[in-house]
Design a protein. Structure first.
Length: 299
């Protein structure tokens, strides 16, 4: 465990100090193209989407910025009756409001993509949106989604740093096992919501697994670029050769090359931690093809 943390610290240092936090020059919004396809990657935190982001951000025709986090808050205006009443009093119907808010949300993303000279627009990778995906769909009903899953025990172990880190998304909780079980309930709730979104007839979504990205990156990325209506480009396999704007993200991936599966990190968990966590996530996990035993063996 200690060696793993040392290695992760070294990767972050490489990403943030050696490579640096690159910044794209933002152009005036009037120059930004409008009408490009809205694309989103939805996944619980710590599910491998930073790796996927770097892969897609290496494609010459698309930009994948750091996590935006503001789109769902803009979309939430449509759920506030007082706000909608105010719009109606000004002569806006529901569709007019949606168009206005969608424009507000996408202008910074369009501008970012223009600054990167990405002719086919952007992909937004913000784990926060996985908590309330229907908000994103309500704002962008034409959007295309990639839903990314990871083995829940790996995700929970990484998300909580083995029960020692309370992410704000988990709310107030004690540390240790109680925190891990809180994270398990979060994973189960979020994953069920994403599954429902992916199965909706009104949604254009592709579901993938982090493990498949690592074991078969060419075919997995090929299915993603096809789903996003992007031409195939070999650069997505060589993300380490390209500069990426880290934003607030740590450089966890910036110091790595290739596709190496990170799994079984909870080998230090007590058996009751594993069993009780699995009891919470089992139904959703098994629907995705995950099981408990291989993870225990891998740890």
């Amino acid at each position: 465990m200690r060696l793993q943390r040392v290695k992760e610290s070294a990767r972050r240092a490489y990403g943030e100090i050696v490579k640096g936090r690159t910044r794209v020059q933002v152009i005036h919004s009037a120059e930004a193209p409008a009408g490009t396809q809205a694309r989103f990657i939805l996944s619980p935190y710590r599910s491998g989407t930073t790796l996927l982001r770097y892969c897609l951000d290496s494609h010459p025709d698309i930009a994948v910025p750091p996590e935006s986090d503001f789109v769902s808050l803009i979309a939430a205006v449509m759920e506030d009756e007082a706000s909608m009443a105010g719009y109606r009093d000004l002569g806006y119907d529901t569709e007019h409001v949606r168009e206005l808010l969608a424009h507000t949300a996408r202008v910074p993303l369009d501008t970012y993509a223009s600054g990167r000279e990405s002719r086919l627009g952007w992909v937004d990778k913000s784990p926060r949106y996985a908590e309330e995906p229907l908000r994103i769909l309500a704002l962008f009903p034409e959007a295309r989604f990639v839903i990314m899953h990871r083995h829940p025990l790996d995700q929970i172990h990484s998300f909580t740093r083995a029960g020692s880190f309370k992410h704000p998304a988990l709310g107030s909780s004690t540390m240790g096992k109680d925190l891990v079980l809180t994270a398990a309930r979060y994973w189960h709730r979020t994953t069920r919501g994403l599954t429902a979104l992916g199965e909706s007839e009104n949604t254009t979504a592709l579901s993938i697994r982090y493990e498949d990205l690592c074991s078969d990156p060419r075919n997995t990325l090929g299915s993603i670029t096809s789903h996003f209506h992007l031409p195939w480009n070999e650069s997505v396999l060589n993300y380490h050769l390209h500069n990426h704007d880290l934003g607030r993200e740590a450089g966890r991936v910036a110091g790595t090359r290739g596709f190496s599966l990170s799994t079984g990190g909870g080998g230090a968990w007590q058996q009751d931690w594993i069993d009780d966590t699995w009891d919470i996530v089992a139904s959703a996990a098994q629907d995705l093809g995950y099981s408990k035993e291989p993870w225990r063996q891998g740890s």
